[in-house]
Ligand binder design. Structure first.
Ligand code: SF4
Ligand code: SF4
Length: 81
């Protein structure tokens, strides 16, 4: 993630941007994912896309709101942190 000065945000800035959630960037466990598509409808950043077979999270667009981690009904999204 980059700020308006085009520099990388440090950990504290990321936590602030995330509004409290900070568990590292989310990733999708492809074995657990049921391809329901729900996460693409709730991600406020539009960071989750479908390539025709799998769902992926674009970590350049993700701002760590945590919504997908909390709301995937199949518990397929967790954080690396
Ligand atoms: S909401 Fe969960 S199960 Fe559904 S497509 Fe997204 S990651 Fe997969
Ligand atoms: S943490 Fe938030 S912004 Fe990042 S992929 Fe999940 S819903 Fe989208």
């Amino acid at each position: 993630m980059e700020n308006k000065n085009n520099t990388k945000l440090d950990d504290n800035q990321l936590k602030q941007a995330a509004g409290g959630y900070y568990g590292g960037f989310p990733y999708i466990d492809q074995w657990k994912c049921a391809r329901c598509g729900y996460c693409t409808t709730i991600c406020p950043a539009g960071a989750i896309t479908y390539d025709g077979s799998d769902y992926h999270i674009n970590q350049d667009e993700c701002f760590l709101c945590g919504k997908c981690v909390n709301d995937c009904v199949f518990d397929a999204i967790s954080s690396e942190g």
